[in-house]
Design a protein. Structure first.
Length: 293
């Protein structure tokens, strides 16, 4: 595989955004009072596969639109064939559900629901008012997937609902902004996302943090989340041009990492919280080479 081909696949799959995925499983595991184990790593692999399936399917579904608005994307530029992207989406989906199934019946059921949500979003819901909510639901299901795979959990699956809802709300807000990436002109979506960010960060700062080594993330976690997302969103609200809107979306995606770290810290899981936080600089570094949007 040539360097050009590797670059095309990195763009199609939005490689930097992958760093926002592992934190979901760790958040879910921590929320039910369990430690990461075999099931956690299985569903983490499942999450990565299903996320990349969604990325490939997204570009396949948007190939006609991208030919006009983003001719540099891998499919309209001819670097990756549409059929190849669709096949990759299918194979990644099968692999994702298969990995989750090895973690148990509950993860199998949740991963199936997650896969269905991803495909429904890319093939139809994305262009409807339900699009942002569907994308948010996918992220929330990913958190529940981590919770469902946890062994020896001290709490029931429902204990992860709050963390899943937090990730859902943030993702929904960012997705609403992304609907105007190529056209711009909408100041309401980034303004609403900015208000959502402030609300989520404020709620996290008011929530008691876990004890021990997780405590250092009690203040920096929510603060890093807010600082990562807020400034680009403010700029997009003041000047909703396509470049500033795209920058706000990218920042909103990267802000998921400190958000996940903060949620994990509040569930008294210091090591997973710190590992999640460590993904932020990697995501930022790779985002300079390959766009996350």
């Amino acid at each position: 595989m040539t360097r050009t081909t590797l670059r095309a696949w990195a763009e199609l799959l939005r490689l930097p955004a992958l760093f926002t995925v592992p934190g979901d499983a760790l958040v879910g595991t921590a929320a039910v009072g369990a430690r990461p184990g075999r099931g956690t790593f299985l569903v983490l692999g499942s999450s990565l596969c299903l996320y990349e399936a969604g990325m490939a399917l997204n570009d396949w579904a948007d190939r006609a639109e991208d030919a006009v608005d983003r001719p540099h994307r891998p499919i309209p530029s001819g670097r990756i064939r549409p059929g190849t992207a669709l096949a990759a989406a299918g194979l990644l989906t099968v692999a994702g559900v298969g990995l989750a199934s090895r973690a148990g019946r509950v993860p199998a059921a949740i991963s199936t629901a997650l896969a269905a949500t991803v495909w429904a979003y890319d093939l139809g819901l994305k262009r409807t008012p339900a699009g942002p909510v569907a994308m948010g639901a996918a992220r929330g299901l990913d958190v529940l997937l981590g919770a469902g795979a946890a062994r020896n959990a001290a709490k029931p699956l429902g204990s992860a609902t709050g963390a899943a809802l937090t990730m859902t709300v943030h993702t929904t807000a960012v997705t609403a902004v992304s609907r105007h990436e190529t056209t711009g002109g909408n100041a309401l979506a980034p303004a609403a996302a900015l208000a959502t960010t402030a609300t989520v960060a404020g709620a996290l700062l008011r929530t008691p943090v876990g004890r021990g080594a997780a405590a250092p993330l009690g203040l920096p976690g929510p603060t890093a989340y807010a600082l990562t997302a807020a400034r680009p969103l403010l700029h997009a609200a003041l000047n909703p041009s396509p470049p500033l809107t795209q920058r706000a979306v990218g920042a909103g995606i990267r802000a998921m990492i400190p958000l996940q770290a903060a949620l994990t810290a509040r569930a008294a899981a210091p090591v997973p919280a710190l590992l999640t936080a460590a993904l932020a600089p990697l995501a930022r570094r790779f985002a300079k080479k390959v766009s996350v949007t």
